[in-house]
Each structure stands twice: as C-alpha cells, then as structure tokens.
Design a protein around this ligand. Structure first.
Ligand SMILES: Cc1cc2nc3c(=O)[nH]c(=O)nc-3n(C[C@H](O)[C@H](O)[C@H](O)COP(=O)(O)O)c2cc1C
Length: 179
C-alpha cells in the first residue's frame, strides 16, 4: 500500500545534540514511550512502532540500535535504505500513533492516513512526522541477525517461537532534531 507522500520538513525543527539534548533516560523513553522506526524516501517509505532499541556509543561514534524482524514490511525498507530514523512523540500521541503503527502493516494500510500524522522529509530524503517531538537521523553502519545458538539465557527463546529472529541495525547518529 502506498503511504501518503511526504512533504518537506518545516523550519520548526531545530538541530540539537544527541549527547546533551536527548532528554531523560533512553531506556525509559524507548521502552515506555515507544518510537517509530522509519526507512525509505519521500515517495516510498514505511514506518513501524518499536519499543526495543538503544542509544549508545560505538566505534567512537554516537549510535542507535534498532531491531527489526524480517517479517515486517519496514524490514524491506531498512534493507534498501542507507539511512533510517527513530521518531519520538509526546505521551499524548502515543495511543493514536502506536496502536496502529504497532499492529497494522504498511502492506495493508496507509499508516499516516490511518493515524492522522503527517509524513515529512528532510533534505537527505529521510522521513519522519510533523507531529513528533524528536527525531534521530541515522546512517546504517552494521547489521547482523540474532543467532539462537548464541542466546546465553534460554528464557530469550520465548520471543522467537516462529524463528523470526530480529535483524539488528547499528546506525550512526548523523543528526538529532527537536521541536
Ligand atoms: C509496543 C510495540 C513494540 C514493538 N517493537 C518492535 C520491535 O522493536 N521490532 C520489531 O520488529 N517489531 C516491533 N513491533 C511490532 C511492529 O510494530 C508491528 O509488527 C508492525 O505492525 C509492523 O509493521 P510493518 O509490517 O508495516 O513494518 C512492536 C509492536 C509494538 C506494539
């Protein structure tokens, strides 16, 4: 399903420092507020809710970690794209955005239309949403797939009853925008 075409991001977005201006605990924000993982370009992109991920430091760069199962439509866009974004919303928008983006597939519905959020693109053609409060623009540096033989705690297997092992993406933080 074609998603609503993205419009150019307005000047309300201010460049900020991921080190100094990412407010609160990343664990708290990702696990409780959730975020959208979005990849593609203004003509063809997809987005999905994620509550697993991270913000950290690797190879002397600020990085993020995103985990995407191959069954997600978003995975196809993560594979095709050099960049992806992590988008955060204020709590008031959580239900509206993530109820749909975390359960429906972009294969079947136009998520921006269904949720009422407005897709925007930055100059490098990365995609986020006008109603968001913060966006991390990331360049893909590395990927790998979880290997069941490497799970050192058997408890983890309960998340993979269909062997749908996540692909991990390490993305360099290229830019961080806040409203
Ligand atoms: C709270 C929440 C967190 C989620 N976290 C992830 C995640 O980290 N990785 C993942 O692959 N799917 C995650 N999902 C599932 C996807 O968001 C969901 O399957 C979505 O419908 C995929 O959409 P798509 O097919 O358009 O990519 C999560 C869902 C919810 C509700």
């Amino acid at each position: 399903m074609q998603q609503t075409k993205a419009v150019k991001a307005s000047r309300e977005w201010k460049k900020a420092s991921i080190v100094k201006d990412f407010e609160g605990s990343a664990i708290e924000r990702i696990s409780k507020e959730w975020m959208l993982v979005t990849a593609g370009d203004k003509d063809n992109y997809n987005t999905m809710t994620a509550s697993w991920g991270g913000v950290g430091y690797l190879w002397e760069r600020a990085v993020v970690f995103a985990f995407v199962r191959p069954s997600r439509y978003t995975y196809e866009f993560m594979e095709k794209s050099d960049r992806f974004t992590l988008t955060f919303f204020d709590k008031s928008l959580k239900a509206k955005v993530h109820k749909i983006c975390g359960s429906e597939s972009g294969r079947d519905i136009d998520k921006p239309k269904a949720t009422g959020i407005t897709p925007i693109h930055f100059d490098d053609d990365t995609i986020s949403f006008k109603e968001a409060s913060a966006v991390i623009i990331c360049k893909k540096l590395y990927f790998d797939d979880f290997k069941p033989a490497n799970f050192l705690d058997r408890e983890i297997e309960k998340f993979y009853q269909q062997q749908n092992y996540h692909r991990i993406y390490v993305g360099e933080v290229e830019r961080f925008y806040k409203k």
